[in-house]
Design a protein around this ligand. Structure first.
Ligand code: 3SL
Length: 240
């Protein structure tokens, strides 16, 4: 069966893609989708992505953990933000987290209104995600969250890593996907150094959170694939 895999380099471009019958993989390597994967892998019951900081408040006082990040920093008054170190088993196991971030949760909201299925990708669950995507019979859109509607290096590199891994399961590719694979080929031998050229890496270095970058660039330390079910991201039940 012919299958297409495409890359949307910015959420601002998503209306150009017909995704009604596609799986959309939302990608925000630094740091939203890495933290979501890590939290679900560590046994969080669910993560509820909300678009606005104020949307979290509707869940206050009901046993949820409230997480909010804007411009790389924890929003004052919230339990935590978007650092993967806040999504350890100790902190999130059996809990539901309500999360809003600058770009990642926005991309999720754009995807969910039209996509057939929305899942979450990061270097942490790369292999598990790729094995699952290969086994599906649907087209795939890799949606890069970018930074405030601009494309970024780290999400594009990850999209390239996915396509390189599952290339043989697809028959149709777009130019953004070709570019993403070429970028991944340039970056793969030293991901940390290459991602160090990115604007968000510089932003995070200025906030003294470089250890989050190193964490988010680890390969295959998680097997969970978060999937959107209704309003909640939960662990996908794989039938591989
Ligand atoms: O924009 C986002 O969704 C975040 O991942 C950005 S940050 O890494 O928390 O700064």
């Amino acid at each position: 069966m012919p299958r297409k895999i495409e890359v949307c380099l910015s959420p601002a471009l998503i209306d150009l893609y017909a995704i009604e019958d596609s799986i959309v993989v939302v990608i925000d390597i630094l740091r939203a989708t890495s933290s979501i994967v890590y939290g679900i892998d560590n046994g969080a019951k669910a993560i509820i992505p909300v678009a606005q900081v104020e949307d979290c408040l509707a869940y206050a006082g009901c046993g949820y953990l409230l997480a909010a990040e804007r411009n790389g920093e924890v929003v004052e008054g919230y339990d935590f933000g978007n650092s993967p170190f806040s999504y350890t088993a100790e902190k999130v196991k059996d809990k539901t987290v309500v999360l809003t971030t600058t770009n990642g949760t926005k991309a999720l909201h754009l995807a969910r209104s039209r996509a057939s299925q929305v899942v979450i990708g990061s270097f942490l669950n790369l292999q598990s995600l790729c094995d699952w995507l290969s086994a599906q019979e649907k087209d795939v859109l890799l949606l890069c969250a970018g930074w405030k509607d601009q494309p970024n290096l780290e999400d594009t590199i990850f999209a390239g890593a996915v396509i390189r891994e599952i290339h043989s399961s697809f028959t149709e590719f777009d130019d953004a996907g070709v570019a993403a694979q070429d970028l991944y080929a340039l970056a793969k031998d030293d991901l940390r150094a290459y991602v160090g050229k990115s604007s968000h890496s510089k932003r995070m270095e200025a906030l003294n959170i470089e250890e989050d970058i190193v964490f988010c660039l680890q390969l295959n330390v998680c097997t969970a694939i978060p999937v959107l079910e209704g309003d909640e991201l939960v662990a996908l039940k794989k039938d591989l």
